[in-house]
Ligand binder design. Structure first.
Ligand SMILES: C[S@@+](CC[C@H](N)C(=O)[O-])C[C@H]1O[C@@H](n2cnc3c(N)ncnc32)[C@H](O)[C@@H]1O
Length: 216
């Protein structure tokens, strides 16, 4: 019988180069054990978040959408000693799981969870005069453009803005799909690409990742 060989995907090849990350595997197990959706950021983009936080020297990071803390750990790993992560999450039970995982990973004292609608939390942060050096946008897609506007408003010069799921599993590039969330994501990608306040790129691997820098 002839052996069937098929090329592995570029993403699988990239993942095969890295040792299993024990802490992040525990987070994935915790997410499954708690019956939460398995929609954490792709491992390769998690590593990119760590690198971007480190390379940018960001001290104040804002995450929109905590889930079980997978991306939170990736962001926190990039922070310097005095750095801080603020994470916005709608569901108190999800934030509790995320907090537990961040604490297990040694970042319990670096993270603050704010529970509720992210737009409401952003209002409060704005009233408090909060400013951020780094954003990771990864919650309800229908609000991505609103989150981007808020992020720019609360940004220190040179801040980095990252948005996950820019391709929405191919739906964004399919003209037949006209759902609200897909249309908002198209507007988000367009704004990241053309807004004069930003310089950016869109990485089309995994589910697509948009990265911008707020001009100083
Ligand atoms: C894709 S998951 C986040 C995954 C996480 N960033 C990671 O990679 O580990 C989206 C999260 O956003 C939360 N969420 C959804 N709508 C929200 C809203 N309006 N405000 C705040 N959080 C929201 C969900 O409960 C969920 O935990």
């Amino acid at each position: 019988m002839t052996e069937q060989t098929s090329p592995m995907s570029a993403e699988r090849y990239a993942e095969s180069l890295y040792a299993q990350d024990e802490m992040l595997s525990r987070v994935e197990e915790g997410i499954r054990a708690n019956g939460m959706p398995e929609i954490s950021i792709a491992a390769g983009y998690g590593r990119l978040l760590t690198l971007l936080v480190k390379l940018s020297g960001a001290k104040r990071v804002l995450e929109i959408g905590a889930l079980g803390g997978y991306s939170g750990i990736c962001l926190a790993r990039g922070l310097e000693e005095q750095g801080k992560l603020v994470s916005l999450e709608l569901k108190p039970d999800f934030a509790e799981v995320a907090r537990r995982h961040l604490t297990e990973a040694g970042f319990g004292d670096r993270v603050e969870y704010r529970i509720g609608e992210a737009l409401d939390s952003l209002d409060v942060l704005e009233q408090e005069g909060a400013r951020f050096d780094f954003y990771f946008i990864d919650a309800d897609k229908g609000n991505y453009v609103n989150y981007l506007e808020r992020a720019i408003r609360l940004a220190n010069p040179g801040a980095i803005i990252v948005g996950d799921n820019a391709l929405m599993h191919g739906r964004v590039v399919d003209p037949a799909v006209t759902s609200n969330s897909v249309q908002v994501m198209r507007r988000f990608n367009q704004m990241m690409a053309t807004d004069p306040r930003l310089e950016s790129t869109l990485l089309p691997a995994y589910d697509g990742l948009c990265i911008a820098r707020v001009k100083g």
